[in-house]
Design a protein around this ligand. Sequence first.
Ligand code: IPD
Length: 268
Amino acid sequence: MALRSATLNVMTKAARTAAVRLKRDYGEVDQLQVSRKGPADYVTAADERTEKILRSELERARPDFGFLMEEAGEVKGKDPTKRWIIDPIDGTTNFVHGIAHFAMSIALEVGGEIVAGLIFDPINELMFTAEKGQGAYLNERRLRVSKRERLDVSLFATGIPFLGRGSADDHKRVMAEVGAVMAVSSGIRRFGSAALDLAFVAAGRYEGFWETGLMPWDMAAGILLVREAGGTVTEVSGGDQMMKSGSILATNTAMHGPLGDIVRKAKV
Ligand code: IPD
């Protein structure tokens, strides 16, 4: 791996520090105090604790930067051009159900642009990192998106809304999209962590991922990872306001057009 930058060192150190406690919490998931944030969206004691640890580690290293966090929201820094975008546990529902597929996501935004990203699955020891212009990595290994060029051999991932998430029309639309994509591809996965879905596109495991209704912290680090691995990221519509609209279509180079067309044309 190329020499790790000071920024990535700060990010990996924060993630590893937070992971110690998070892993213990995951081991004791049955005893966790779980409060309900919404019908199927849990916020756990571990979620809040992880976010606090990440924040204090990052703040110590970069005292002037601001934050945008899933749990605590926005905290302005002295330097208004730089902020960390944090999801302490992406895949909270998996965590709560004892399913080892969740990750921390940390991105650094400078002047409105994501310049560094980290997605860390602490249970499976998958540390995905990327810096603008420096490539994407899984642990020490450089990542490239998949080279598959045909829909019939392509595997895709998506997110499916649930009770309390999206309108009835959204639910119907997503089912139509899934129906259209499953009919022409090798399959669809819904593993429950948008951050890891994006990291898996960067790693060439999926040919593409699409979802709507996401939050900036679900995708900030993942967008950079996919791009630095040679992939293409837009909104499902083809626009570039993913962080504002919550809509994302992230693919290897060949599948962006075909997957986008199928999803957009899916009939309810
Ligand atoms: C969720 C996951 C999931 C996606 C949801 C997100 P959270 O994030 O990324 O895959 O489908 O839309 O809200 O709540 O676990 O941080």
